[in-house]
Design a protein around this ligand. Structure first.
Ligand code: AVI
Length: 320
């Protein structure tokens, strides 16, 4: 055996071992986002087929004034907490507007990736020199517990359809946790990708240029890089599905033949039958009834709903 040339992350080892030992096989979608995955996702957000980014940009551009009225209702300052800010391009529209209005707020982006937060801080500090920014590295749940203890007024952003990447029951639990961390004057703005023509959804996850395919396959490339696995990427295909009844988009990697894959860090071999699947991602779509039900179940009320012109997407403002 050669000299091990990778750093083993215990969370990844556990998730991969558990997911590939299950029937049917699955891998968690957070594994899609290493440095390469982050870059491919940037390309996805620029694809014409991937409508959510443009829709939410349009919403924040058109309604930033309305939103800032809600946020600055009281004369005091507030903390603008963003869960999973990504490159912050959409949020920047809102931040710039709030600064133009001389609003007193601190922007607190939260992410598990210090790399994402460093890039974001550098970019925003140049673009918006007056911005007070305090990035926080960590898991959302832990960060929310910290914020629960501090008494400042909070506006929490969870944009970009990220909630869709939780299976619906986990999404409900997560909203419940956020709700518990909120006080009566706080707001929560959540981006929901909405039900629409199934063909539009299907194409967003199956673009003709294969960018989403590269995003999904990068997960296996990552396991090769980080766990010393020997997946042959051309022996797996990207297969996205959309079920309009449950409004759930799912992505799979499908083994094109009977094969064994060895993962050095696990010292294990995993067997794949021909056409066996690995489920890698859920992207749940919503309608207003589903959103209303979820909000009311966890002591939140819908204060306002902002749509793009096609009603493909909604940023929903919730409060206690
Ligand atoms: C980050 N998330 C909201 C994207 C989505 O639409 O589920 C990730 C993605 N996967 C494939 N394309 C985009």
């Amino acid at each position: 055996m050669g000299v091990q040339s990778y750093i083993i992350d215990a969370d990844i080892v556990e998730a991969v071992n558990q997911g590939l030992s299950s029937t049917p096989k699955h891998l968690p979608s957070w594994l899609l986002y290493d440095a390469q995955g982050d870059q491919i996702f940037q390309s996805i957000m620029r694809m014409p087929e991937y409508y959510p980014t443009g829709c939410e940009y349009e919403i924040l551009r058109n309604y930033r004034k309305h939103l800032s009225h809600y946020f600055t209702n009281a004369a005091d300052s507030f903390e603008l907490i963003e869960l999973g800010p990504g490159d912050g391009v959409k949020t920047q529209l809102l931040l710039a507007y709030l600064l133009d209005q001389e609003t007193n707020f601190t922007y607190i982006p939260i992410d598990v990736s210090e790399n994402v937060l460093d890039l974001l801080k550098n970019r925003l500090s140049h673009a918006l020199p007056k911005l007070q920014i305090q990035p926080h590295t960590g898991r959302y749940e832990e960060a929310l517990l910290l914020f629960k203890e501090n008494k400042n007024r909070k506006v929490i952003l969870f944009l970009g359809a990220n909630i869709g990447n939780y299976p619906i029951n986990s999404a409900r639990q997560f909203i419940n946790k956020i709700s518990k961390a909120m006080s009566p004057e706080d707001f929560l703005l959540v981006g929901f990708d909405l039900k629409k023509d199934p063909r539009v959804v299907q194409l967003a996850y199956d673009d003709p240029n294969g960018i989403t395919k590269a995003f999904n396959l990068n997960l296996l490339a990552r396991l090769n890089r980080e766990l010393g696995a020997n997946f042959s990427l051309d022996q797996f295909s990207h297969f996205p599905t959309y079920d309009p009844e449950s409004a759930t988009a799912k992505s799979f990697l499908v083994s094109r033949r009977k094969q064994d894959v060895y993962i050095d860090a696990l010292n294990s071999t995993f067997h794949f039958e021909a056409w066996e699947t690995i489920h890698t991602e859920v992207s749940q779509k919503y309608d207003l009834q589903m959103i209303d039900d979820m909000a009311s179940k966890y002591n939140l009320e819908v204060a306002d709903v902002f749509y793009d012109k096609n009603k493909y997407f909604a940023d929903v403002l919730l409060r206690k």
